[in-house]
Write a protein that binds this ligand. Structure first.
Ligand SMILES: CSC[C@H]1O[C@H](OP(=O)(O)O)[C@H](O)[C@@H]1O
Ligand code: HPA
Length: 253
């Protein structure tokens, strides 16, 4: 089954696609946000709002393990995730979409593995599923790559941090991709992110960064996002064999 983890401003998904059922799942890691099964094109898709209903959980408090485990429990093995992000590049403008191809992790104090009792080292050279990424890239007008800088939040970044992230190759910055993508990988799920650019990151534009700016830009990006999701999900083969789904074969000591 295909899963859709929705970030900031993705409530319109629930108003756009028919809801066929809902699932409330409590995992051994805790309770996950309510999942709605949506009919998108010809497929049943499990939508989970990452921050829970009404965007009530901040990024550093999300129970990422419960979220991924709940999706796995109901049979999800391919995940599209939306992430709203700040841009570090004047050519990557608010309102546009970017499909990241890698990340650099600056988060801390987050539980980022399912394996505390077993020694497991998964390969993360290319952390995203290339099959899902290429489907997305072929289905819409998107920036096809870029490094996502993962920050701890919940505060936005300082000017000095953003200038540093830019120097090390970062294209976009956000607070939620990690450890979500890593945990999905540990559960052998294909995972790709769709980053919605909601603002220029701190100091990239001279303007002060506000939540209103972020929410307004997300609204502007919604139509494009919905079109991209509909087309990509229709095209996604749920039975495809993928290396993401065997990643543990060479990872356990
Ligand atoms: C509302 S702006 C900051 C907030 O938005 C991003 O969340 P998401 O990736 O779930 O769209 C960001 O990382 C912060 O959590
Ligand atoms: O500029 C940002 N920084 C971090 N997270 C974000 N989420 C949206 N915009 C931003």
């Amino acid at each position: 089954m295909i899963g859709l983890i929705g970030g900031t401003g993705t409530k319109p998904l629930l108003e756009t696609y028919p809801i066929t059922s809902t699932e409330e799942i409590t995992t051994e890691y805790g309770k996950a946000p309510k999942i709605s099964i949506l009919e998108i094109g010809n497929k049943q898709v499990a939508y989970m709002p990452r921050h829970s209903m009404g965007h009530s959980t901040p990024p550093h408090m999300i129970n990422y393990r419960a979220n991924i485990e709940a999706l796995k429990t109901i049979g999800v093995n391919q995940v599209f995730a939306t992430n709203s992000v700040g841009s570090l590049d004047m050519n990557i403008q608010p309102g546009s979409l970017l499909i990241p191809d890698n990340f650099i992790d600056f988060t801390h104090d987050r539980i980022s593995t399912f394996y505390d009792d077993k020694v497991v080292h998964i390969d993360c050279t290319d952390p995203f599923c290339e099959t899902l990424r290429s489907n997305l890239i072929s289905c819409g007008d998107v920036h096809p790559y870029g490094i996502y800088i993962a920050t701890q939040g919940p505060r936005f970044e300082t000017a000095a941090e953003i200038q540093f992230y830019k120097q090390i190759g970062g294209k976009v910055v956000g607070m939620t991709l990690v450890p979500e993508v890593v945990l999905a990988r540990e559960r052998e799920m294909c995972y790709s992110s769709i980053c919605a650019i909601t603002n220029y990151a701190a100091s990239i534009s001279k303007d002060k960064l506000t939540i209103t700016e972020v929410m307004d830009a997300m609204e502007d990006a919604t139509e494009n996002l919905l079109q991209l999701l509909t087309k990509t999900i229709e095209k996604t083969d749920e039975k495809t064999e993928c290396i993401c789904q065997n990643i543990l074969n060479d990872a356990i000591i």
